[in-house]
Design a protein around this ligand. Structure first.
Ligand code: GLA
Length: 693
């Protein structure tokens, strides 16, 4: 590698080099516009009321075999008794192919593995839409991609309606009445309160998607008024924002009748670990509010789910949903998900690893291709994030603490940003018009993005080096790696660990790109590549110096998970959380970001909101809060036999495509149905039983 000449000099030379430091403004430059890449289809924009309503229908229907094998045999109540008083009714007018027929399977392939079924207790089910399908939430956001922009508001779901008090501090929500868990136990406010009090508010429990009290605003309270009414009280007036946080994955209650007996508060024999792990993957028929229930699990092979006989949603003709009898989740790899969906041995993929785009496109363009492939907007984005805690989050040792101090230095972050050649990084994933230079902050092409408020530090290796020189980081021992000043870590080499998810080729490829680009700068970056669950645990625990991550929905929609756009509380942000004493050591610019986000949440004035997000973008990018790497479009791959796939469904916007396409409404026309059901004509059995009844 290039040996920096200042390495050879003594203190005198050091000083003169630091005087050469380039002023920051010279490091900024013009941000090129993303290459043209039109999304391949547009949604038909509708109102929420066009999609669904809650009402009783004169009659209800179910698959014939459910009636004959279960209801007539006396092992299951008639469908009308299993449904709530007023089921959620999907309107025919919003169904692209109309009322469906029963049967068939959607065969998913995933790269994750289920840790167990205690979602509210913090266990992952392996992603890829498993938990999205099992968990129903107070509100719903996935289908919002097709809701008119000026009418944007989360869809009702378990909360069928709500109203604000006159002063806007209280929100009363009405839960769906008479709905049941998949084992027939009533769903009511006890489930909601158990989720809130004993999982979100209990500091010993971390629900899977990171819901914390701060997710709903500091000081927010929730109480049950009666079995079907709950009341929120907020410090702010009309914080309509939190309606989005009440959707997947932050307010999806679990079955309290099954979970409570394992929770240490109600069972003194159990530890919190035992609570979390009380429902291992082998435990079958966990009660869910979702459309399908896990009935078979084979490690590293498959999870099979069967239709929930108590599902509380119907079509306008009164047909109980879902139309699909079964779901499969092959336990494989994420890359295999693309391959199988394109080949037709799987049914669905979010094409999101840019490395496989060219091959997937080629095969899908053929007439004989079994699957449709449809690109959306550039909503997949990666960033390099710095751990900002200097007060103990993740318990750093002396070296790591020294890195934290560097991470908190704006000159250091600018140097790192300027050392990243984003063009090359994007092209290393895939050539063509897919990837765009991503300077950080909100994504170009999304509603709140403002180019004029975006500060960009283009690739500038010399400028980056000069900035590090200016910080006194020079290679004092001539080994090609810069050293800390003698007073820090005894002047050791600057070594930085980089956490990334090894389940995805894209994550590790980008991380390797960063490592390679830091080498000529004289920084030794050491890969810490961990499998999904282990990575998530380390990230949550703050055990990283830097991390390369695929970012969450807040960067796309802003209105989703808004509180996570800045460290608005000690446990909400992805790279800055409270230290050993629970407090946040915010830098002044971070405090500004927090204030902006807090204001955004407390206003519903659209002009003010866009103004606030311009400020957010300006402060975020100017200070290189994290280093944006690349952003690119994803494609939905779905087997051609499926009907009712909405036009323009993005793989990622308010939620992932597994929610966006409204799977409970998806069906396969009779003449196209395959022979894929592994447990035909069975329903989920008793909880804990080994398989379907
Ligand atoms: C993983 C996949 C995404 C999507 C989500 C759903 O993160 O990479 O494409 O399927 O799971 O939770």
């Amino acid at each position: 590698m290039r040996k920096p000449i200042y390495a050879l000099g003594g203190a005198g030379l050091l000083l003169s080099v630091s005087m050469l430091a380039i002023p920051a403004q010279e490091l900024t430059g013009d941000l090129p516009d993303p290459p043209d890449f039109a999304a391949q289809s547009e949604p038909n924009f509708v109102s929420v009321g066009d999609i669904l309503e809650f009402k009783a229908l004169p009659e209800y229907h179910e698959p014939d075999w459910v009636t004959s094998k279960y209801v007539e045999a006396g092992t299951l109540p008639p469908v009308a008794e299993r449904l709530p008083k007023e089921p959620l009714v999907f309107k025919i007018g919003d169904m692209p192919d109309g009322v469906g027929v029963y049967g068939d399977v959607m065969r998913h392939v995933i790269g994750g593995r289920p840790e167990g079924w205690n979602y509210v207790g913090g266990q992952s089910q392996g992603w890829g839409g498993i938990d999205i399908g099992l968990s129903e939430c107070l509100t719903r956001t996935g289908p919002l991609f097709e809701v008119k922009a000026d009418e944007l508001e989360p869809l009702p779901n378990l909360a069928k309606s709500w109203e604000w008090s006159e002063d806007g501090h209280e929100l009363t929500m009405h839960l769906i009445e008479g709905a049941k868990w998949s084992d027939g136990d009533p769903f009511d406010s006890e489930d909601v309160m158990f989720y809130w009090e004993d999982n979100v508010l209990d500091p010993n429990v971390s629900p899977l998607n990171g819901a914390t009290p701060e997710s709903f605003g500091v000081g927010t309270t929730l109480e049950a008024i009666d079995a079907y009414t709950i009341k929120w009280t907020f410090k702010d007036a009309f914080p309509t924002q939190y309606l989005y946080t009440m959707a997947y994955g932050t307010f999806c209650p679990g079955p309290s009748h099954i979970l409570k007996p394992e929770h240490p508060k109600y069972n003194s024999a159990n530890t919190y670990d035992q609570y979390k792990n009380a429902f291992p993957p082998e435990y079958m028929n966990i009660p869910v509010m979702g459309a399908w229930v896990p009935v078979e699990y084979r490690p590293d092979d498959i999870v099979v789910m069967r239709r929930n006989p108590y599902y509380w949603k119907v079509d306008e003709n009164g047909n109980q949903l879902p139309y699909l009898n079964e779901l499969h989740y092959r336990l494989s790899t994420w890359a295999d998900r693309d391959v199988q969906a394109v080949a037709g041995s799987g049914d669905f993929s979010n094409l999101e690893q840019a490395e496989s785009y060219v091959e997937a496109l080629r095969r899908s363009a053929e007439d004989t291709a079994p699957a449709r492939l449809q690109f959306g907007a550039r909503t997949i984005g990666y960033a390099l994030q710095f751990n900002f805690s200097a007060n103990g989050w993740g318990e750093p040792d002396e070296r790591a603490q020294a890195i934290r101090e560097l991470n908190r230095n704006p000159e250091f972050r600018k140097a790192i940003s300027a050392a990243v050649d984003r063009q090359r990084l994007g092209e290393s994933l895939v050539r063509g018009p897919f990837t765009a230079i991503y300077p950080g902050g909100l994504y170009a092409g999304t509603a709140y993005y403002d180019k004029a408020s975006t500060v960009y530090y283009p690739f500038n290796a010399d400028g980056a080096g000069a900035l590090l020189d200016g910080l006194g980081l020079v290679d004092t021992d001539g080994n090609g790696i810069r050293n800390f000043p003698a007073g820090t870590t005894g002047g050791a080499d600057v070594e930085i660990t980089l956490l990334a998810n090894s389940d995805y080729g894209t994550d590790t490829n980008l991380a390797e790109g960063i490592i390679a680009m830091m080498e000529p700068l004289g920084l030794r970056v050491i890969a810490n590549f961990q499998q999904g669950t282990a990575r998530d645990d380390m990230a949550q625990a703050g055990q990283f110096d830097w991390q390369v991550v695929r970012q969450g929905a807040e960067m796309v929609s802003v209105v989703q998970n808004t509180a996570a756009l800045a460290p608005t509380g000690p446990t909400i942000h992805s790279f800055h959380r409270g230290g050993t004493d629970g407090t946040l050591d915010l830098l002044p610019f971070e405090q500004e970001l927090v204030d902006i986000v807090t204001k955004f949440v407390s206003t519903s004035d659209n002009a003010e909101r866009s103004e606030l997000m311009k400020q957010y973008q300006q402060i975020f990018t100017e200070n290189v809060y994290s280093v944006g790497l690349t952003q690119y479009p994803g494609a939905l791959i779905i087997n051609k036999r499926f009907a009712n796939i909405p036009a323009g469904a993005p793989i990622f916007m308010f939620n992932w495509a597994e929610d966006n396409i409204i799977r409970e409404r998806v069906f396969v026309p009779a003449d196209k149905q395959g022979d894929f059901e592994l447990h035909p004509e069975t329903l989920p059995g008793a909880p804990g039983s080994a398989g379907p009844a």
